[in-house]
Design a protein around this ligand. Structure first.
Ligand SMILES: Nc1ncnc2c1ncn2[C@@H]1O[C@H](COP(=O)(O)OP(=O)(O)OP(=O)(O)O)[C@@H](O)[C@H]1O
Ligand SMILES: [Mg+2]
Length: 269
């Protein structure tokens, strides 16, 4: 399968401190890689590097190829065109990612106009409404003029997904997108992402510390510990027969669909 994204030997330092150390993985069109690992293991730094959104204090080495392009060599202008258009991102906290004083219709329209300046007002509005329909937000025409605080947490995450997908990206980076939501809403958002992924042949890098969430969405899983990928495997294999001791620890300490519920959960060493 031709790869959409190839990350080779990615290393990220903040000053003298190493945050990511020789990370390599690939992602094909339509495929979902789950990136899992404890807090501080380098998951977010890795994903921000793909969009070249790390602060200037970060030094990067290695290679990131998206399609045929070397992202670490692209100009800043080229990266601006690519962000949101070809690679989009959603975050954990939809309230902070949305502008609290701007109507949600305007925020989606701005995202569309940023990459399609030639569209008429009517065309932008039609695309805005279509984007909200696609994420199953109830009654989108009537809610375009509402502000983020007038929506529930789950609805706000739907709006962020609508913004992220409004320009039909090929890769979606989702960094703990359901962590702030309660379990029922979390399941609904995962269902929605699965549906949209199939409709758009969307590749996804799905970051979570929660193995139960990862097990519901990922085709393959990469396990990070202290800046390195310690194990990478097809999701079914990893959950059935984890090889690395750290993966076993993670699995033993997290209830998943495969957990033996008659035994107590282990704690991380
Ligand atoms: N802007 C920054 N300046 C300095 N150090 C940073 C910066 N961002 C991240 N780091 C460091 O890089 C390492 C990896 O951080 P990262 O945010 O990628 O972890 P993470 O796996 O996403 O953790 P979490 O699950 O808590 O989100 C950590 O040691 C962190 O302190
Ligand atoms: Mg993080």
């Amino acid at each position: 399968m031709p790869q959409l994204l190839t990350v080779s030997d990615l290393t990220i330092r903040f000053g003298l401190q190493s945050a990511v150390d020789g990370v390599s993985f690939t992602l094909a069109a339509g495929e979902t890689l789950g990136l899992v690992g404890e807090s501080g293991s380098g998951k977010s730094a890795t994903s921000l590097a793909l969009l070249r959104l790390l602060p200037p204090s970060a030094t990067l080495s290695g290679q990131i190829h998206f399609d045929s392009r070397n992202l670490l060599a692209e100009s800043e202008a080229a990266m601006r065109r690519l962000r949101g258009r070809e690679i989009a991102m959603i975050f954990q906290e939809p309230m902070t990612a949305l502008n609290p004083v701007m109507q949600i219709g305007t925020q989606i329209a701005e995202a569309i106009r940023a990459h399609h300046p030639g569209l008429s007002r009517a065309e932008v509005k039609a695309r805005t409404v279509a984007a909200l329909h696609e994420v199953a937000l109830p009654d989108p025409e009537r809610r375009l003029t509402d502000y983020p605080h007038q929506f529930s947490g789950g609805q706000r995450q739907r709006i962020l997904i609508a913004i992220a997908l409004s320009n039909r990206p090929r890769l979606l980076i989702a960094d703990e997108p359901t962590t702030a939501l309660d379990v029922t809403v979390q399941a609904q958002i995962l269902d929605l992402l699965r549906t949209l992924r199939a409709t758009h042949n969307l590749a996804m890098l799905f970051i979570s510390h929660d193995l139960a969430v990862i097990s519901r969405i990922a085709d393959r899983v990469a396990v990070m510990q202290r800046g390195r990928i310690v194990e990478q495997a097809a999701a079914a294999d990893l959950f059935r027969s984890p090889r690395h001791p750290y993966t076993r620890q993670l699995l033993a300490s997290a209830p998943t669909m495969h957990t033996d519920r008659s035994k107590p959960l282990a704690t991380l060493a």
